[in-house]
Design a protein around this ligand. Structure first.
Ligand code: HEM
Length: 166
């Protein structure tokens, strides 16, 4: 139980923390510097963020569902009728949605723009302007999806934080 809670809280904190850093600091900074950021974006791709974040998310989700099952003692319907059970349940649902939207929509944007950043390193000056235009388009669309995932994650975090006390 202690291992499960440890895995759950630590991976959840890292998942939300990394995503918040990306949404509130890294992406606005990339938007500000424009094409200059391509080099850094290519360097970030090497740090395996597209692998680390989904793994952290999966550990959080699986351990969370397991904790929920244990907390309910097998009676999930009854747990959902209590304020604490409902808060953990709604928070868990928000986290699950954040994962689905993140993998289904945000990730393809991120992978494409990392690929473009890689191409920028060797692109001819003529190709550069079309790559920059595509990166800007991707950035604008990705920002909308990112905001949605961030809102869901913050809701999940807030629900987890207060669930025991409602
Ligand atoms: C963004 C993702 C998540 C974060 C940051 C997160 C964070 C946390 C934290 C900090 C706690 C400790 C709260 C306390 O003891 O008062 C906790 C507990 C818990 N979480 Fe999550 N969580 C996440 C996702 C989930 C998911 C998907 C579920 C699945 C339903 C879930 C179910 C639970 C349960 C049942 C507990 C209580 C464990 C116990 O019995 O002590 N969590 N979570």
């Amino acid at each position: 139980m202690i291992v499960l809670r440890f895995l759950h809280v630590v991976s959840g904190a890292l998942w939300v923390g990394m995503f918040a850093f990306m949404s509130f600091i890294l992406l606005p900074a990339f938007a500000e510097v424009g094409p200059e950021g391509a080099k850094l974006q290519a360097a970030l791709a090497k740090r395996r963020i597209p692998v680390i974040m989904p793994v952290l998310a999966l550990i959080t989700l699986v351990s969370g569902m397991w904790l929920y099952q244990r907390l309910s003692g097998g009676a999930i319907g009854a747990l959902l009728k209590t304020p604490t059970g409902l808060a953990f349940g709604l928070g868990g649902l928000a986290a699950l949605l954040a994962f689905v939207v993140g993998i289904g929509l945000a990730r393809p944007f991120m992978m494409r723009s990392m690929k473009l950043a890689e191409q920028m390193k060797t692109a001819s000056p003529a190709d550069r302007s079309s790559i920059i235009a595509e990166m800007q388009k991707l950035g604008a669309r990705g920002a909308v999806v990112n905001r949605l995932v961030m809102a869901l994650l913050l809701f999940a975090l807030a629900a987890m934080a207060i669930a025991r006390y409602v």
